[in-house]
Every structure is written in structure tokens, then in C-alpha cells.
Design a protein around this ligand. Structure first.
Ligand SMILES: Nc1ncnc2c1ncn2[C@@H]1O[C@H](COP(=O)(O)OP(=O)(O)OP(=O)(O)O)[C@@H](O)[C@H]1O
Length: 316
């Protein structure tokens, strides 16, 4: 959880980056508190990996300022590298070694004085103690992913970058990864994660930033981000397709979305009783029978689409 009394672990100010002629980052700014979980959300190609690469000194920026634990990524890259770890596609697990041996190997490469104790603690944190001395070739996909992250944590970095840590994992392994991420933060590590799963950001992160079109469109706690939405979302379910078409026409002045279930329509009102009455009145006038009528708790997913929708309308 957040420890507000400490200096921020990551400070990004007006970060800009252009590839060839495409300006991917147009002035990105945000701060990550020490010991918190920060999620960077964005659609495909939004520039999340570019940000992670710049923050972890793998790529250069065009302009702006990035500080990690008070070290400047441009002027003090070696100091920054000592404080961070980047997981994902970059570590390689040796299949012909056991999990423990893989961890020892990294400990030797990094010249760590307490590699055995660290390895044992990480095997336990990542629920790999029982499989510690088995060859990695016998590990499942989820176990390999956990070992991969454990390896990158050897050396006790204080800021961990996790680029889409649960992509491709089954639900059980995803839950296990969530537990590990929470545990890392509870032990004081700052976790910076990118994810394509909005739900994941919602349940894990202390702070979320939504990246779109080269800028941070919104940032805040999951609860604050939900507030960017009008609170009057109602899910309606009608009896058949004909009624569904009628409702779509009758309520066309409201923001509407098809629901994933049959003959379901989501209507956004301003949350006032007056608008709710108006919606019901219009349906009643046309004798449309509702199978179901449910107010809905907005999710981060709704906020994400609402924000991106607004942005696209603005640019039309
Ligand atoms: N080295 C490069 N040369 C040219 N263009 C690049 C380079 N690296 C990234 N890009 C472009 O920058 C944009 C952002 O890429 P980036 O990988 O950062 O996005 P992302 O948000 O991580 O996407 P995804 O979720 O698909 O991984 C993309 O349009 C990509 O094509």
C-alpha cells in the first residue's frame, strides 16, 4: 500500500519521443509513490513499452526528465540500473538447470553476496519451493513466468517494471501473479506494471494512468477514475430484436452501447431521477416491456472507453 511519507520512486516530466516521423510520446508526466503499485494502461501501440524502455534506460528520450529514486536516467544511468529491474521478455530461463540453479546463476553474474538466502526467499515468495530442485524443462508455463520474474528480482531492486506480467496466463496463474505483485509491494518494492487488462489494473493498482494518443489522458486511484463517468448507467434487457431496435431509436439521444448479453442495452444518463423517469416514460409510451432493469456500477473499463470516446469526438 502507499507510503506517502517517502519520496516518489518515479518522477516523469513532459516526456517526449518521436520514432521517424511518428510522435509517440507528446509530453507525458506522472509520479509513482514508493512502495505502491502503479498501472500504466493504454491500447495497443499507445507507447507503454516505449515509456518502460525509457524509464529503465534501454531507450533514449527526445526531451523531458525522468528520475528514478532521485537519480536522473540520462545523467546517472548506472545508478538507475542498480535500483531497478525489468522483467518480461528480457531474462532467459535455462531449461537444463533447476529453478534454484537458475537463481544462483543470476546471483553469481550479479556478484551478490547472499545469493543462497535470496534465492530461497524468492522461491518461497513465488511458490516454487517444492519444484526448486527440478529441471525447469519440467515446469509449466505459469511456473516459468514466476521463475523468470524471481530471477529478475535477485539483487533486491527497489523498483520493478513488469511489462504485461499476466498476458497469456490462465486464471489460476494470474491469481498467483497478483498475489506475488501485492506481496512485493507489501515488502516495500515499487511495482510499475503495464497491462492490457483493465480489470487487473482496477483490482491491483494504487494508481492508474491511462495513456492515449501520446499523453496521459487521466490518472488517479481506481475509485477516482470511475468518477469521471456519469453515475447513471442503466442496463436494460428487452424481449426481442424488434424491441431492441425500437429502444435504440427511442433513446438515440443518450449515449448507448450494446451489452454482451442478448437484447441488452446500456444507457448512460446524467444520474438524475428526472432523466431516469424520462427514459422509462419513453419506453412505456411505446409499450416496451423490460425483462430486466439494472443500475450498473461503472468499471475502469467504462472510464477507459468513455475517456477515449470523448477524446476521439474532440479530434473529429
Ligand atoms: N524502434 C521503433 N521504431 C519505430 N517505431 C517504433 C519503435 N518502437 C516503437 N515504435 C512505435 O511506437 C508506437 C508505440 O509502441 P509501444 O511498443 O511503445 O506501444 P505499446 O503501448 O507498448 O503497445 P503494445 O501494447 O502493443 O505492446 C507504435 O506505433 C510502434 O510502432
Amino acid at each position: 500500500m502507499m507510503k506517502n511519507n517517502r519520496l516518489p520512486a518515479v518522477v516523469v516530466k513532459d516526456l517526449k519521443k518521436t520514432f521517424q516521423r511518428q510522435q509517440v510520446l507528446k509530453g507525458v508526466s506522472f509520479t509513482v509513490e514508493s512502495g505502491s503499485i502503479f498501472a500504466l494502461l493504454g491500447s495497443n501501440g499507445a507507447g507503454k513499452t516505449t515509456i518502460v524502455n525509457i524509464l529503465s534506460t534501454l531507450k533514449t528520450m527526445d526531451s523531458g526528465c525522468v528520475m528514478i529514486n532521485q537519480y536522473d536516467v540520462v545523467k546517472q544511468p548506472n545508478e538507475v540500473r542498480r535500483h531497478i529491474t525489468l522483467t518480461g521478455q528480457y531474462t532467459t530461463v535455462d531449461e537444463l538447470l533447476s529453478g534454484r540453479e537458475n537463481l544462483y546463476l543470476i546471483g553469481e553474474l550479479r556478484n551478490l553476496p547472499h545469493k543462497k538466502t535470496e534465492a530461497t526467499a524468492l522461491l518461497e515468495l513465488f511458490s516454487l519451493q517444492d519444484a526448486a530442485d527440478r529441471l525447469v524443462a519440467t515446469y509449466s508455463g505459469g511456473m516459468r513466468r514466476r521463475l523468470d520474474i524471481a530471477m529478475s528480482l535477485m539483487g533486491q531492486a527497489s523498483v520493478v517494471f513488469l511489462d504485461e506480467p499476466t498476458t497469456g496466463l490462465d486464471p489460476q496463474n494470474r491469481l498467483e501473479m497478483w498475489r506475488i505483485i501485492r506481496e512485493m509491494a507489501a515488502q516495500g518494492t515499487t511495482v510499475f506494471l503495464t497491462t492490457q487488462y483493465l480489470h487487473e489494473a482496477e483490482i491491483l493498482a494504487d494508481q492508474i494512468a491511462i495513456l492515449h494518443d501520446g499523453v496521459i489522458l487521466a490518472k488517479g486511484t481506481p475509485a477516482t477514475l470511475k468518477q469521471v463517468l456519469p453515475q447513471g448507467i442503466i442496463n436494460l434487457q428487452v424481449r426481442n430484436e424488434a424491441d431492441e431496435k425500437k429502444v435504440m431509436e427511442l433513446l438515440k439521444n443518450y449515449p448507448l452501447r450494446k451489452c454482451s448479453y442478448e437484447h441488452g442495452i446500456e444507457v448512460q444518463t446524467d444520474g438524475t431521477l428526472q432523466q431516469l423517469e424520462e427514459v422509462l416514460h419513453q419506453l412505456n409510451k411505446e409499450s416496451i416491456i423490460l425483462e430486466a432493469f439494472t443500475p450498473k456500477q461503472p468499471t475502469i473499463e467504462d472510464a477507459f472507453f468513455a475517456l477515449i470516446g470523448e477524446k476521439q469526438e474532440e479530434s473529429v
